[in-house]
Write a protein that binds this ligand. Structure first.
Ligand code: C5P
Length: 310
């Protein structure tokens, strides 16, 4: 038999341009509204069908850290297992196994949606490698079970930006072309446990976040976007992870007060109109952070998914 075809795709990262907590639900999750943007920076995922049943995952790449499991705790494995189970139920026979290789570029516990993006892309790659199609409704329902942010990566359209409500799984894609901004990303050494940050909401101050920016946001200049960027999760993350409070003070004191936290952190991001401005600001803040004894896991510039790299 010839070697089975390999299927590969990039699993993008995301940032939260705006995020409001609406309330706590009985199941422990929080209802929220958030405007997310997918980035042209992400993980590389590959898969091949194999004879041995089951799903295997190997990890490599600059962000492949020891906290990322390769067993069924990894969302890639769980997404792929559910495709195999669905095809088994539909056909009555055992589908082929799947061997995934994941090159991690997106740091974990950083608020960049790395695990969620991997899950959404793994589901599609598993379908492609096994020659099945679970359908949009099934994929969305399964991804919502896997994680609050996963459906965004499934639904995101050409503009790269969408409003996500519920626990994040009700996605309204913004129509249009991807915004031209260059995004400066600073990922501190500190990791942010998502449940711990949500847990700190009860004891943290609320931000006046206003209403979500609508589809017009795609056309804004960086200067006009910055005042609209806000997140209710920042005070909670600063309360849960003290190192982030030191970062906030550094950004505010050094003329980078417009930087915001992505998701539950720990990534800080700022938007710029010109790639050169973003690159220079990343270099400046990296130097200032080093002088202040604040370490970084990653410092780089990214553009919206679909735009040329910065
Ligand atoms: O679904 P996900 O794995 O992203 O969520 C991790 C944890 O973050 C949840 O178990 C919950 O504690 C918290 N969370 C929340 N409300 C959300 C999303 C996540 O409370 N909308």
């Amino acid at each position: 038999m010839s070697e089975p075809r390999e299927f590969a795709a990039q699993a993008p990262a995301k940032i939260n341009l705006w995020l409001a907590i609406r309330g706590r639900r009985d199941d422990g999750y929080h209802d929220l509204a958030t405007v997310m943007m997918a980035l042209g920076f992400g993980d590389e995922l590959r898969v091949r069908a194999v004879d041995a049943p089951g799903v295997t995952l190997t990890l490599q790449g600059p962000a492949a850290t020891a906290d990322i499991p390769v067993d069924s705790r990894n969302l890639v494995v769980r997404a792929a297992e559910s495709v195999r189970a669905r095809l088994r139920d539909a056909s009555g026979s055992e589908p082929a196994g799947l061997a995934f290789s994941l090159e991690k570029h997106v740091p974990s516990q950083a608020g960049l949606g790395g695990g969620s993006g991997d899950a959404a892309i793994a589901l599609r790659l598993a379908e492609a490698a096994l020659g099945g199609d679970g359908g949009d409704a099934w994929r969305r329902a399964r991804l919502a079970e896997l994680g609050a942010d996963c459906v965004f990566f499934h639904d995101v359209g050409p503009s790269a930006v969408a409003l996500c409500e519920g626990i994040g799984e009700r996605v309204t894609v913004y129509p249009g072309s991807p915004p031209a901004w260059s995004v400066a990303l600073l990922v501190p050494e500190a990791r942010c446990p998502t449940p711990g940050v949500f847990g700190a909401l009860a004891r943290s101050a609320r931000v006046a976040v206003g209403e979500p920016p609508g589809p017009d946001v795609l056309e804004l200049s960086a200067a006009d976007l910055r005042p609209q960027m806000a997140t209710d999760l920042e005070p909670a993350a600063l309360a849960a992870v003290p190192e982030l409070a030191r970062w906030r003070a550094l950004l505010d004191d050094r003329g980078a007060g417009h930087f915001r936290l992505s998701g539950s952190g720990s990534t800080w991001f700022g938007v710029f109109d010109e790639p050169g401005e973003a690159i220079a600001e990343v270099a400046r803040l990296e130097r200032l952070a080093g002088e202040a004894g604040l370490g970084l896991r990653l410092a780089r510039v990214a553009s919206a998914l679909g735009n040329p790299p910065a």
